[in-house]
Ligand binder design. Structure first.
Ligand code: TYD
Length: 206
């Protein structure tokens, strides 16, 4: 059995990644893949319980990092690794890059500590492709206004959003071959057109 592939979606809150997740899953299925759609923090019963705390409860930045990675450990063990081993494609709404951007760049947890957690929690898993939805902090924040009740991260100020964005950019610079950056200010149709090309290229590149 050929190991499956893992695609992650990342970006500041409001950049649009969640808008494209289900559509992307359908496109991959249409290409004949079994697709597991999942998210972080979450993806397991324990992970979803931790998500509830992480998105609503104030806590020390390092506690937050540890809980993000604790949820991830469970997710990797229960969902991601088994899916990849049975040949499924995993489409994950956020993964470790989010911890480097949010807990690291925006909340100040040392990157070296996050590197240790990443190596501990998923030494053998690295997304094959990460789609980064990039959007300026002011625009991203404006999109979130009035949509629904905002969580702890979504309520942060523009400087926090900008720090997250810069954190993601640093991840791209450190591992450019893994990322494709999508301009989140484009229309849904324009982004879909880009994603169609990206998936076609990724699908045939093996
Ligand atoms: P998000 O993925 O934006 O979900 P929704 O679209 O339902 O709001 O919400 C998850 C939040 O968790 C987001 O604000 C970023 C944050 N987060 C971290 O801070 N660190 C992490 O490692 C992960 C996975 C998420």
């Amino acid at each position: 059995m050929t190991r499956g592939r893992m695609i992650t979606l990342e970006g500041v809150d409001g950049a649009g990644k969640s808008t494209h997740l289900e559509w992307l899953a359908e496109q991959l299925q249409a290409l004949g893949h079994t697709v597991v759609v999942t998210r972080e923090p979450g993806g397991t019963a324990l992970g979803e319980a931790l998500r509830e705390l992480l998105l609503n409860q104030a806590m020390h930045a390092e506690t937050e990092a540890l809980l993000m990675f604790a949820a991830r450990r469970e997710h990797v063990a229960q969902v991601i690794e088994p899916a990849l081993l049975r040949g499924a494609w995993v489409l994950c709404d956020r993964f470790s890059d989010a911890s480097f951007a949010y807990q690291g760049a925006a909340r100040g947890v040392e990157a070296g500590k996050l590197d240790i957690l990443e190596h501990w929690v998923h030494p053998h898993i690295r997304p094959d492709l990460t789609l980064l939805f990039d959007l300026g902090a002011a625009k991203a924040k404006a999109r979130l206004e009035g949509v629904r009740e905002l969580d702890k991260f979504e309520r942060q100020d523009t400087a926090f959003f900008e720090a997250v964005r810069q954190g993601y950019r640093a991840r791209v610079n450190a591992d450019p071959g893994r990322f494709l950056v999508i301009d989140g200010s484009l229309s849904i149709d324009q982004i879909r057109a880009q994603l169609t090309l990206i998936i076609a290229a990724f699908n045939s590149d093996r």
